[in-house]
Design a protein around this ligand. Sequence first.
Ligand code: GAR
Length: 198
Amino acid sequence: MSPKLRVGVMISGRGSNMASILAATEAPDCPFEVVLVASNNPDAAGLAFADSKGIAIWAHDHRGMKRAEFDRLIDAALRGANVEMVALAGYMRLLSSEFVDGWKGRILNIHPSLLPKYKGLDTHARAIEAGDSEAGCSVHVVTPELDDGPVVAQARVPILPGDTPETLAERVLKEEHRLYPAALAKCAADVIRSRKSA
Ligand code: GAR
């Protein structure tokens, strides 16, 4: 069996998507393993969860640091753990172009909208406000532009009468937890296949 792809997950807070990625690694045929959970927020709840599961964690407060300077630190942590692919899971900071270029094509992100609609923040409020009949989430490859890289997977949910941003977020989040591990597994399997044919 070929070795599993080594994934580093970057979080800023709750970490429920990271937890769904960790849960997926329990399947024996999962093509990736999580070797590091890293955060710009030492108080992120997800860090304690990852630690309780025996996953290596790294955290450093980004405040007071230049973006590129912080990104060099987190980059060194990922490379120190021999990470091969990065999964942003509620990582709420823009990345420097140096960081993105250094991991070209190897960073995935989950965004709570049907991209290219509603890049940035407050996606659910904006979808409701616009009178959309559906919302959803997208997994995409990260490029230097915000929420802009090629979409690899999407899931859709209806927007129901009376929905608030909170009720919609809850419906979308359930789909995020299903979509992200599956999309990551597909991308990891592709990288492993390309290794074999190289
Ligand atoms: C998720 O809904 C994720 O899609 C979103 O933040 C939440 C993090 O939740 N990400 C973004 O908005 C990125 N632009 P989690 O910490 O429980 O995974």
